[in-house]
Design a protein around this ligand. Structure first.
Ligand code: SF4
Length: 337
C-alpha cells in the first residue's frame, strides 16, 4: 500500500522531454530486532521523481540520507516496501515476464564509488568489458567492440589498456573502465553512486566531463549521487536534496543553488567554501543531531536542527509544495505562507 497516497504527484521537469525513468512513492523499510520487538529502519520515504532522456539528476545529501538506497532500489538490488518504478511508462515491479526483467536490467546500469571492488584483479580490462558484450550478445566482433568502448571512455591506446590488469590503472582510469563496462550493454540510465568521491580532485573533472559527453552524444541519462554540492551544480541538470530518508527539495540545479528554499539546503550551501566571500562568508549554524531512522517520530525530520522549527513541524510532515516552475520543497515555512 502506498503510505502517502493522498500526496500530490511530483512536478514534471519538462513536458517537452522524453521521460525514461519514473519512480513514484518509493519507500524502503528494513526490519531490525526480533519477532517480539521488531522495529524498522525508515531508509527511504515516499520518493518520487523522473529522469528524462539525456538528463543528469543529482541526488545530494549526507550519509544515511537515502541516496544510495534509492539507487539500489532502482537497480533492483533490493526490493521496495512500497512504491513503483516505471521504465518508459511500464511498471517494472509488476512485469512478470523474464524478458521484461532482462530488458530492464540492461537498460539500467550502476557504477559504484570504488570501481576496484567490482573488478577481478586476476583478469584483464579487456575481459571485464568483453563479458557483458558476450552475455547480452551485443556485438559479433567483441574484440572490436571492447576497443571502441575503451576509446569512448578515453582509455587510449585501447589495445594497450585492454591487456592491462586493474592494479596497473589509476583510480580515475578504473572508474572509466567501470563506465565502459556499463556502456557495453547500451544502457538508457546509469546510476552513478558517488563515482568521483574516491578520486583525486585533479582527475575528478575528467570523469565528470565524460559523463557530460555521454549525456550529450549518446542521450544517456544519469542519476548522479553525491554529497558534494559543487559537483552536483556542475554536472546536474536538476538536483534533489535528501535528508534522513526524505526528498526535501528539488529544482533545476542553478535555481536550487541560487534560490534554496529549505533550511537544510541553505545549511548545505553555507558549508560550501566560497573563495570570493573569504572568511566573511556566512555559515548557517545548525544545532542538534541527525535523527535516528529507527521508527522516527511524526513530523519533519529536520526539527532537531532547524532554527525555524514550529509546533506543527513536530507533528506533521510537510507536503511537497511548488515554489516556482519545477522547484518544489517540503517545509512548513513555505507551505503555510
Ligand atoms: Fe524547519 Fe519546520 Fe521547515 Fe522542517 S518543516 S525545515 S522543521 S521550518
Amino acid at each position: 500500500m502506498n503510505p502517502n497516497a493522498s500526496q500530490p504527484e511530483p512536478p514534471v521537469a519538462s513536458s517537452t522531454k522524453q521521460t525514461v525513468l519514473e519512480v513514484r512513492h518509493l519507500t524502503k523499510r528494513f526490519p531490525i530486532g526480533n519477532a517480539l520487538r521488531q522495529k524498522h529502519v525508515h531508509a527511504l520515504n515516499d520518493a518520487s521523481f523522473i529522469i528524462n532522456r539525456g538528463e543528469v539528476v543529482a541526488l545530494v545529501g549526507e550519509s544515511g540520507s537515502g541516496k544510495s538506497t534509492t539507487a539500489r532500489l532502482i537497480a533492483r538490488l533490493i526490493e521496495p516496501t512500497a512504491g513503483d518504478i516505471f521504465l518508459h511508462g511500464r511498471n517494472v515491479l509488476k512485469e512478470e515476464r523474464r524478458s521484461a526483467s532482462l530488458r530492464y536490467r540492461r537498460a539500467i546500469q550502476m557504477i559504484f564509488q570504488d570501481p576496484y571492488g567490482s573488478l577481478n584483479p586476476a583478469r584483464t580490462i579487456g575481459f571485464h568489458i568483453e563479458r557483458p558484450i558476450k552475455i547480452h550478445k551485443k556485438s559479433l566482433d567483441t574484440r572490436q567492440a571492447v576497443l571502441e568502448l575503451l576509446t569512448t571512455v578515453g582509455l587510449n591506446p585501447a589495445e594497450e589498456f585492454a591487456q592491462k590488469f586493474p592494479y596497473q590503472l589509476s583510480g580515475g582510469q578504473r572508474q572509466r573502465v567501470a563506465i565502459a563496462r556499463a556502456l557495453a550493454v547500451e544502457p538508457e540510465v546509469i546510476l552513478a553512486d558517488e563515482p568521483v568521491s574516491m578520486l583525486d580532485v585533479s582527475i575528478r573533472m575528467g570523469v565528470l566531463n565524460l559523463i557530460e559527453q555521454l549525456k550529450e552524444e549518446r542521450g544517456i541519462s544519469f542519476l548522479y549521487i553525491t554529497h558534494d554540492l559543487a559537483s552536483a551544480r556542475y554536472i546536474g541538470d536538476r538536483t534533489i536534496v535528501m535528508y534522513a530518508g526524505h526528498m526535501v527539495e528539488g529544482a533545476e540545479s542553478t535555481e536550487l543553488m541560487d534560490q534554496p528554499a529549505h533550511p537544510y539546503t541553505k545549511l548545505l550551501l553555507s558549508a560550501v567554501p566560497n573563495p570570493e566571500a573569504g572568511l566573511a562568508s556566512k555559515v548557517v549554524q545548525a544545532r542538534g543531531e541527525i535523527p535516528s531512522l529507527i521508527d522516527p517520530p511524526p513530523g519533519c525530520p529536520f526539527v532537531p536542527r532547524c532554527p525555524h522549527a514550529m509546533d506543527i513541524c513536530r507533528q506533521v510532515m510537510p507536503e511537497k509544495t511548488a515554489v516556482s516552475g519545477d522547484h518544489w520543497v517540503r517545509c512548513h515555512l513555505v507551505s503555510l505562507v
